[in-house]
Ligand binder design. Structure first.
Ligand SMILES: [Zn+2]
Length: 471
């Protein structure tokens, strides 16, 4: 590593340069922040800097935040010949830095008692890093924390959204005069707490959903976006509401305002309106998580229908039960969609740890996944000594996106299958098989003794013929 490190950073639309006369591994976060502050003529004790960069060459579109010395080390080591990604610097001047809500306190308050608890603890470290090091989130949190502390549950009626300065479009309607004898406040029975955190909006909704069913009230989602989530009672004049804010750069939602008291008339359980309310797949999934925590295998839809009926008193259809069952599995192992999203990172690492690996990824015009071809380095090497008989087969993928998983294998001297290459194609047609064999040709060269065996369709035969026996 050279004895000076050049850093290019951008702040408020202007580019700056820094030359740090030391070797890269000596640079710490405070050193870097100090130099940037000097350059920008800022008082280091009065501001906080948020540093991030976009490592496009790693195939990631997410911005990477620099929070500690380790992050600095990684960032510095990403540059070659002193050419580094531009560092984006955001200067945060908090009005005054109030005592920050300690993390321990937050966790204690999160007495979720659900199976999210573990997840929340896992996430806690990430959040801590953001709050303390970057100081972005507190911008919002400060405002919120202050007024929620004054307004502990029970006395927060005036402090609710009427005075919300964040621009919720929700306007408190004028109080509707209801028959006096019913004007008794009642508690929602969900048992949420301020600052309680949920891994996602959906997770929070699940809990509220169940609570609403159990306690016979309806709710409406007034706002649901990347920043906040606002639920109010279905009766417009009622004061019940929950507001959760997203914790920046995570999917976590934290309850910032909560009025658990309903001022509306309670709907009796026997009222048809509740009976008519439909169960959702999410509700089914939540119940399955509760009843069979962590299990992939859940009862058949018919049994789930009965379970929902007895436990929640809701009639659901067969398809809702099935969708809920699938949702529960998705919640546990992540969706197929997420897997496709991570494919670039996966392929990058696969190539990195397997020398000689050949990977082709084809996207369509809209940059969506189309075909994939993988031949591991070791497989390619081993094939040199195999019999030149190649078996090609495929199987359909059952992940909702369709497509086929195809593979080309040879036989080793012990007559064991030896996989040379695998591929994922959108479907079995001329274009996809043609593409697969084109790529296979780069791994398995065309020789006179080469034999293909397969029981697949005509597109495959056409593909082989066009690529291998074209000459
Ligand atoms: Zn209400």
């Amino acid at each position: 590593m050279s004895e000076s490190v050049n850093i290019y950073f951008k702040c408020k639309g202007r580019m700056y340069t820094l030359m740090m006369k030391t070797s890269g591994e000596n640079i710490t976060l405070s050193m870097l922040v100090g130099r940037i502050c000097t350059k920008l003529e800022l008082d280091e004790s009065k501001v906080k800097l948020q540093l991030r960069y976009n490592a496009v060459l790693l195939g990631s579109t997410e911005e990477i935040y620099i929070c500690d010395d380790e992050d600095v080390g990684v960032y510095i080591s990403l540059g070659e010949n002193n050419r580094r990604y531009v560092l984006y610097v955001e200067v945060i001047t908090p009005p005054e830095l109030p005592e920050q809500l300690s993390r321990v306190e937050v966790i204690n308050k999160s007495s979720a008692g659900k199976n999210y608890e573990d997840e929340m603890r896992d996430n806690a470290a990430i959040v801590l890093c953001e709050c303390e090091e970057q100081g972005t989130e507190p911008k919002e949190a400060i405002v919120e924390v202050d007024d929620t502390q004054d307004a502990e549950i029970g006395s927060q009626d005036e402090s609710m959204d009427i005075h919300d300065d964040r621009g919720d479009e929700y306007v408190e309607p004028p109080p509707v005069v209801e028959a006096d004898q019913f004007k008794k406040e009642w508690e929602d029975g969900i048992g949420l707490n301020l600052f309680q955190e949920f891994p996602s909006r959906a997770a929070l909704q699940e809990v509220v959903d169940k609570g609403a069913f159990a306690n016979s009230f309806g709710y409406v989602i007034k706002k649901s976006d990347k920043e906040r989530y606002l639920l109010t009672c279905a009766k417009e004049s009622c004061a019940w509401r929950i507001r959760a804010s997203n914790i920046q750069n995570t999917s976590i939602y934290s309850i910032r305002k909560y009025n658990k008291m309903h001022t509306c008339t309670r709907i009796s359980k026997s009222m048809t309106r509740m009976r008519k309310r439909k169960g959702t797949p999410e509700l089914v999934a939540a119940l399955l998580h509760d009843t069979f925590p962590g299990q992939m295998e859940t009862p058949v839809p018919k049994v789930i229908m009965e379970l929902v009926q007895t436990k929640l008193g809701v009639k659901i259809s067969y398809s809702t039960a099935l969708r809920g069952k699938r949702q529960a599995i998705c919640d546990l192992k992540g969706s197929a969609e997420d897997s496709y999203k991570d494919i670039n990172c996966y392929l990058y690492m696969l190539k990195k740890v397997n020398e000689g690996t050949i990977i082709y990824l084809k996207l369509d015009e809209e940059d969506k996944f189309q075909y994939l071809f993988i031949a591991l380095g070791a497989s390619i090497e081993g094939f040199q000594v195999m019999r030149k008989v190649i078996i090609v087969d495929a199987t359909h993928l059952k992940n909702g996106y369709g497509g086929v998983l195809v593979f080309a294998s040879a036989q080793d001297p012990n007559s064991h299958h030896y996989i040379i290459a695998i591929g994922v194609l959108d479907s079995e047609n001329d274009a996809s098989w043609g593409w697969f064999f084109e790529k296979l040709l780069t791994v398995v060269p065309d020789t006179p003794e080469l034999v293909f065996m397969s029981d697949r369709n005509s597109s495959l035969i056409k593909g082989i013929r066009n690529v291998y026996f074209a000459g």
